[in-house]
Design a protein around this ligand. Sequence first.
Ligand code: HEM
Length: 574
Amino acid sequence: MENSTSFLSTLLFLAIALFYVHFLKSKKSLYPLPPGPKPWPIVGNLPEMLKNKPTFRWIHELMKEMNTDIACIRFGKVHVIPVTCPEISREFLRKQDALFVSRPMSMSTEMTTKGYLSTVLVPYGEQWKKMRRIVSTHVVSPAKHKWFHAKRVEEADHLVRYVYQQCKNVPESSTGGLVKVRVAAQQYCGNVIRKMVFNKRFFGEGSKDGGPGLEEEEHVNALFKVLAYIFSFCVSDYVPCLRGVVDLDGHEKVMKENIGIIDKFHDPIIEERILQWRNHGLMIKKEVHEDLLDDLITLKDGDGNPLLSKEEIKAQITEIMLATVDNPSNAVEWALAEMINQPEILEKAIEELDRVVGKERLVEESDFSQLNYIKACAREAFRLHPIAPFNVPHVSISDTTVANYFIPKGSHVLLSRFGVGRNPKAWPDETLKFKPERHLKEDGSEVVLTENDLKFISFSTGRRGCLGVTLGTSMTVMLFARLLQGFTWTAPPNDPKIDLSEAEDCLALAKPLIAVAKPRCICGMVGMGGDAMGDFDDSDDEEAAKAGQQDTGKAASEAKPQEEGAHKSDGGNA
Ligand code: HEM
């Protein structure tokens, strides 16, 4: 009797267990994975990934062929889920944001973040929470934004002066000069962020014309190289046992070289500054906060100990540089190229600047709220020409269902900045045309660069959304508005139109934009001497430099009360 009871209970237990397993399985299978190419055993679709470069173009072509806005491609054991429409993007980052809060681990991000010590590229967990809190409170807070105002103004003036110098390179300067817009735009971004972080525009002397020296070129090029290799479908990210054993696609070598270059510039400054704050040896103790580095070094935890380790400071600073340098410069380069080919758009933008700002002074941040057309042009550049094909990947922390598809835990969700912004269902009116008017609102209300409905992806949204919206917007609009206000832009003499072809392996202009800039009288506002640009010759250089210094001095002294006030409130939190 006893035997048969225990036999029955075992049977019952097995039946329940089987039912449970079956139920769970069938619950999963209720929803299929998103459509995609059939994976090979073990390696999944890695052979196709290796065969079809660049991977992002292959993925988009595949999705077009399959006529789908969401797909599932298996790289090794990882389910990679690309998405090309706003509705499904919103399901991921608005409706189920909490489940897609993590980031993938990868060779490039581990190297960049010195073992996941920073914010943007760090998987969900305590370290991410700590660093996100620090960045929002001590790096990009409204008080910090005010504190850095003078530095941003200085760099906006410097930009106009530098481009003006390029115009001078042509003998008949009345017809303007050829300007490497990409160099000017990228270096402006590099200068602003170096100024904020290290309180210096240049690591070295800079070049004679006020532009970047070799050091700055090397620094910015290394930042762009690292950006190009972060989340760039490296084989060992999907077959981790290859890491450190064989660098099949050469990504590891490129990353090592370029992180090495960045560290070469950052580390000595960071290390010396830490010693200065600790009053080390013969060094005079630093007491005045001048930049972000000072702030990061002096943050304290509840027990009065340094809140950040040396490695955390280094990793966070590299990440801030990476976050700042690419989006504004790329958007402005593309927008200007598109507008030179559609002069009526260029005219409207200049008309807006002349109406809002006038010709007596240079555009300032306080004007931005009224520069709706300029911001619509920038939005259009973000929609049509994002710097990266995909948003920073999101990783799911549990199984779920999105758009009636099963999304397994650990999936890498890639919202396509390229696909969402060019989706004809979301943008039916001449989808591929650069048309800023589509962003103007009928009621004339303010245009902003954020897009929380994810109809295109600029700053994204949700728990992992961009923390640098204010700074990123300021830099983009200032760079753009100063170039438009200061100069009249046309295609080079032998090219009636700018070639708008996209590079094959990324989304940048295939040929970096070189255009003719003819100074408008407003350039005189940044210490060029005189209001007519034609009268500026070499003998004026010294005068101009002096005037520039005076500008700078004025801006800095004007900002001082803010600086101190802002700093106290921040320091209090530390
Ligand atoms: C026009 C300029 C910028 C654009 C278009 C931009 C765009 C983005 C995007 C698309 C993301 C990923 C969002 C996601 O995962 O869904 C992001 C994340 C982030 N950005 Fe920006 N960004 C810009 C400038 C900046 C600046 C200047 C900073 C700060 C110095 C910054 C700090 C961050 C941080 C901290 C995150 C990561 C948040 C997290 O993972 O928790 N960004 N940004």
